[in-house]
Design a protein around this ligand. Sequence first.
Ligand SMILES: O=C(O)CCC(=O)C(=O)O
Ligand SMILES: [Fe+2]
Length: 366
Amino acid sequence: MAPSLDDGSCLFNFAVREGNGVKGMVDLGLSKVPEPYIQPPKERIDKQKATRHEQEPIDLSRLNGPDHDQVVKEIVTAAETLGFFQLVNHGVPVDLLESLKDAAHNFFGQPSAKKAVYRKEVSPSPLVKYGTSFVPEKEKALEWKDYISLVYTNDAEALEQWPEECREVALEYLKTSMNMVRKLVEVLMGNLGVQLDDSKLDALVGMKMVNMNFYPTCPNPDLTVGVGRHSDMGTLTILLQDGIGGLYVKVTEETDDIGKKGEWVEIPPLPGALVINVGDTLQILSNGKYKSAEHRVRTTSTKSRVSIPIFTTPKPSEKIAPLPQLVEKDGVARYRELVFGDYMKNFFGNAHDGKKSLDFAQINSA
Ligand SMILES: O=C(O)CCC(=O)C(=O)O
Ligand SMILES: [Fe+2]
C-alpha cells in the first residue's frame, strides 16, 4: 500500500527505515514538499543572493614545469582562504568522469528494493552503506538526498563487495585520483615545512571512501536543502559534480576576489574539472592555517543531480594534532590531540551544523 506522505512517521518509515529514500518518495508523485523536509527559514538557500566563484581552475599539470611556484601559490592561497578550488589536468581521465555520473544514475535508478539491501542495518558488507539524508534520527529537517558510501580497503574487497553497478568505475576513480591527492598533500604540507614520505601520506590519507550522492528533483527547492551546512571531516575531499550546479561555499576570509566574509559563493560546474576542498583534519593539523570549508547544496526542480566525492581521511586509529612546529611558531595550540576514530564518531553522531564538528577538537572543549 502506498504510504501517506502527510503522516510524518509513516513517511519516515517509508523513506528512511525501509530504504526507499527521497527517490522512492518522489517516484510516488509529489506536488509539494512533505513537512519533515521543510527547512527552517535560516537554513533555506536563496539562489538570488549567491554569487558565482568565477576563479579560473588550477591546472595541475603546470606543477611539473616552470610555473611550479605559481601553482603552489594558487593551491596554498585557496586552502588558506576559501578552502575550495577546482582542478583541471588532474590526471583522472575525463571519460571516466562521465562514466561515473552514468553509474550513479544507474545505481539510484534501480528499484528501491535493490538499493535497500545496503542499508546499514542489513548491508552484506561493512564497506557499503546506502542511506538517505545524513543522520535522520537527529535532524530537525531531513536533507533531500540519497547516497551510497563505499569504503576502500583493497582492490579485491572493493571488486567483491561494492555494488556491481558501480564498483569498477568507482575503484578506477579512486585509484587514478591518488596521484593527484599525493601531489596536493605534498604541496600543502611542504608549505608547512613537512617533507612528505609514504608513512606521512598514509597518516593523512590512510582511509578513503567514495560516495555517490543523488539529489532527486524537488517540487520546491526554496524550502529544502540537498545537504545542510557542514564541513567535511577528513584531510581533502575530491568532488565530481555534474552540470546542474547548486554547491555553495561560505566565505570565511575577507578577500577582494572572492567576496565578503559570511557570503555564500557557488562553485560552478566546469566540464572535466574536479572540485577540491579542505576538511577539518587539515585545519587541525595546520593549527588553523588551512580552512575547512563550510558548504551546502541546493536542490532543483528540473533534473536530478549527482555528485561523487572521494573523502580522504586518516585511519580511525591515527592520532591527529596540530603540527608541533606550527604550535611553536604560533605560540598556541588551537586544537587538542585526538584519535581520529573519536572525531568520526562525533561527526557521524550529530546532524550537520556548519563547522560545529570542529568544536570536538577545540582545546578548551575537551
Ligand atoms: O553534492 C555536492 O556537491 C557536495 C556533497 C557534499 O558536500 C558531501 O557529500 O559532503
Ligand atoms: Fe561535504
